[in-house]
Design a protein around this ligand. Structure first.
Ligand code: ADP
Ligand code: ZN
Ligand code: ZN
Length: 736
């Protein structure tokens, strides 16, 4: 009689699981899906996940190899996470091994035991340390201490001195100094699980907060999705905290997802102050060991609250009670390569599978979510005003047509800046383009700083004297002469944050300028230093990219200038106006406070753009309504469902041949579907490869998915053209 067959998901780009025999000495009765197994794979060994125990194999059993060892007695992933990954793998049509790999911490993928090792003495930040960090003034003169504290704030479970070594030069001495100030403590040989009593009191909730909390609390035992809409500062986080308290009181856990950039020490400090017990934090800055520890604390239920970025949607929980997705509109929830899942959408699926509520929060919800509330699938909860009665800042459109622009800034904006700066206030300029100028042009012969590998120009970074391609990363020094005609008349065209900074120095010689973008904050600790200077008032002009839009709050800023809204109004992607509206309001929301709300000025050449006018005159909900009407008329998402088949190859013909063949396979089974393309991608050449895509679109989601299953199977079954890389993106958020 044939014995059991182990179907194992192995991290590989193949769209299938692999069959193995049980290891020779294995008691097969104890095998459970969700355990890891070490298996031979080709000429090497690897660790895979047992997803099913079958009775037969498509292969000749004589050809099957036995697994080398089963590594876990108990499933390493709880059944609900296993089910979620399987659902996601099928929905996104991604190779199962890679999907499972996304959910497992690296050390577990490498076969490490799933136990928390006896920890060396761990250092943790104290409440006083958190307060010092939040004030930031206390640490202005001690950047090293600040960096270490910041790091500890991100790892509430504590870190040993050894792990902290790479963070600062002399971690032991710095820890001693911080200990002397009462800002860190060492818990000796105790496990880092001591229950702490939360200290901070909660403010009395507003009527709208009471309603929102009551609505979700009434649904704690079932699946329901809530969209919590409220401007920045309207008290959404406060609602989350109260809901989490209610969930903890029932002995359950809460999972909170935030965008990477929104997961700040301030947010964690607030959670730690208010909620009892250890917090597990999962984000990309952790070491493998830290990540595994946090993951295990979530899984065994020690951590009652788990806060994490995108992939934390797969975090194992012992007693899940509530899922929260903060800033639910944020594009970073969608993974843009490999396993292209959307963490917000998966949170909703997970809530449904578990029968627990899901709260999506945002000041500027995604149009998909707005439409879901209109269709009655999600329940809308609104927090209509800022806490403390402050009004939202007025937004003004500034028509810059025919204005004598000075390095991208119009005289009226410069005048307003001067007025605010004269009153000792701060000014924030938002420009979502880093570098000095997006193009370098020869005025003599017309040469452009074209990237050799992409259909894109290289951005001039004047301070580094380099041209850099923001798409493939290629970079080279700038010559003083045109590489074609040798002219010295090279001109920088267009504006980036670096150019704004350079232009403003002579205009406001006495005022410190802080530029916040990926270039200026690359060095460890430089962002913290800039933020401290801003809060201290040493720098009063802030220039930044979308880095400014999240997480941080600048109470002294009373004027926000959106330097260039036109990019977003007429971008290539149908989502660009939605993005622009969200960014404008997010940047606006970073500024001011109740008694000093400030003003937002938008520079544009299209002052009559209908969506921009609605946004400014009536606010985001009206904008969303108008944008949804446009989408409905154009039959675009959320009124249509899309999947994008991308292909790329060094030879453009091969990519197109693949897509044409794919189209031919789809046509006979494409009932209720539109097939658009193949067409070259908006940026046809990137990093030396030609890119094209085929867009599938259907009015009804089930029509799309009815096609995808057999179609993708047939694509995998074709003899592979090794020159072509292809991938499927279900519900793409970018059509690139
Ligand atoms: P959001 O998450 O919507 O930006 P927060 O929850 O962070 O808003 O609230 C903004 C500020 O107002 C925070 O400092 C918070 O502590 C405070 N706050 C929130 N709700 C109340 C309330 N009911 N009474 C007093 N202060 C509140
Ligand atoms: Zn030239
Ligand atoms: Zn390039």
């Amino acid at each position: 009689m044939p014995g059991p067959i182990l179907r194992i998901a192995i991290p590989s780009p193949l769209y299938r699981t692999f069959d193995y025999l049980p290891p020779p000495d294995c008691d097969t009765a104890t095998l459970r899906p969700g355990a890891r197994a070490r298996v031979p794979f080709g000429r090497r060994q690897t660790v895979g996940l047992l997803v099913e125990i079958g009775t037969d194999s498509e292969l000749d059993p004589a050809l099957l190899r036995p697994a080398l060892a089963v590594l876990d007695r108990e499933p390493i992933l709880p059944a609900d996470v296993l089910a979620l990954i399987q659902w996601a793998q099928r929905y996104y049509h991604h190779p199962p091994g890679e999907a499972f790999a996304t959910a497992l911490p690296a050390l577990l993928r490498q076969g490490e035991p799933a136990i928390i090792p006896q920890p060396p003495p761990a250092w943790r930040i104290t409440a006083a340390g958190l307060a010092a960090l939040a004030e930031s003034v206390a640490l202005r003169r001690a950047p090293v201490q600040r960096r270490l504290l910041d790091h500890l704030a991100q790892c509430p479970a504590g870190l040993d001195a050894e792990t902290l070594r790479p963070v600062v030069r002399d971690s032991a001495a710095t820890l001693r100094a911080l200990c002397a100030r009462g800002w860190v403590e060492s818990d000796g040989a105790d496990a880092p699980t001591t229950t702490e009593v939360a200290t901070a009191a909660s403010p009395a909730p507003s009527a709208a907060q009471i309603d929102a909390v009551a609505a979700v609390s009434a649904a704690l035992d079932r699946f329901q999705v809530f969209l919590l809409e409220g401007v920045t500062g309207s008290g959404k986080t406060e609602v989350y905290l109260r809901l989490i308290e209610a969930v903890l009181a029932r002995g359950r856990q809460a999972l909170v997802l935030t965008p990477e950039i929104g997961l700040t020490p301030q947010l964690l400090a607030r959670f730690r102050e208010r909620l009892p017990g250890p917090l597990a934090v999962l984000h990309s800055g952790l070491s493998d060991r830290e990540r595994l520890n946090a993951w295990l604390l979530a899984r065994d239920g020690t951590a009652k609250v788990v806060v994490g970025t995108r992939s934390a949607v797969f975090a194992p929980l012992r007693a899940p009670g509530l899922l929260i997705v903060d800033e639910e509109h944020d594009p970073s929830y969608k993974q843009q390569d490999g396993f292209r899942y959307h963490a917000r959408d998966l949170a909703v699926i997970r809530g449904q599978q578990l029968g627990i509520p899901v709260v999506l929060g945002s000041a500027t919800p995604a149009l998909e979510s707005v439409q879901n509330t209109r269709a009655g699938r999600y329940r809308l909860l609104q927090l209509p005003e800022r806490v403390g009665g402050g009004t939202e800042p007025p937004i003004l459109i500034l028509d810059v047509r025919r204005q004598p622009m000075i390095e991208g800034l119009s005289p009226p904006l410069l005048e307003r800046m001067r007025a605010h700066l004269d009153r000792d206030e701060q000014v924030l300029l938002f420009l979502n383009r880093r570098g000095f100028a997006p193009i370098l042009l020869c005025h003599e012969c017309g040469w452009l700083s074209q990237c050799r590998h992409c259909d894109a120009r290289m951005t001039l970074h004047l301070r580094q004297r380099r041209l850099t391609c923001h798409h493939c990363g290629d970079s080279r020094p700038v010559d003083a002469l045109c590489p074609v005609c040798g002219s010295v008349d090279l001109r920088a065209v267009g504006h980036g944050t670096e150019r704004l900074e350079t232009a403003l120095r002579p205009v406001f010689p006495d005022i410190g300028i802080a530029r916040l973008d990926r270039d200026s904050t690359r060095r460890r600790g430089s962002l913290e230093t800039l933020l401290a200077d801003i809060h201290h008032g040493d720098r009063r002009i802030l220039i930044g990219t979308q880095m400014l839009a999240k997480g941080h709050h600048f109470p002294e800023v009373t004027l926000v200038g959106i330097v260039d809204a036109d990019q977003g109004l007429y971008g290539v992607d149908f989502r660009s106006s939605e993005r622009m509206a969200q960014l404008i309001l997010q940047v606006a929301g970073r500024a001011g406070r109740a008694e000093k709300p400030g003003t937002v000025i938008i520079q544009t050449h299209h002052p009559d753009h209908p969506l921009l006018r609605v946004l400014v005159a009536e606010g985001y909900p009206a904008f969303a309504a108008a944008a949804l009407t446009e989408r409905q008329e154009a039959l675009l998402p959320p009124f249509a469902h899309q999947a994008l088949l991308r292909a790329e190859a060094v030879d453009p013909e091969r990519a197109l041949a693949f897509l044409n063949a794919a189209r031919a396979l789809a046509e006979p089974i494409a009932d209720g579907l539109e097939l658009l393309g193949p067409a070259p991608a908006p940026m046809e050449r990137r990093a030396g490869r030609y890119r094209a895509h085929l867009l599938l679109q259907a009015a009804r989601r089930q029509d799309l998915h009815r096609l995808l299953d057999p179609w993708i199977a047939r694509l995998w079954a074709r003899p592979a053209d090794r020159q072509v890389r292809w991938s499927l993106d279900v519900d793409p958020v970018e059509l690139y």
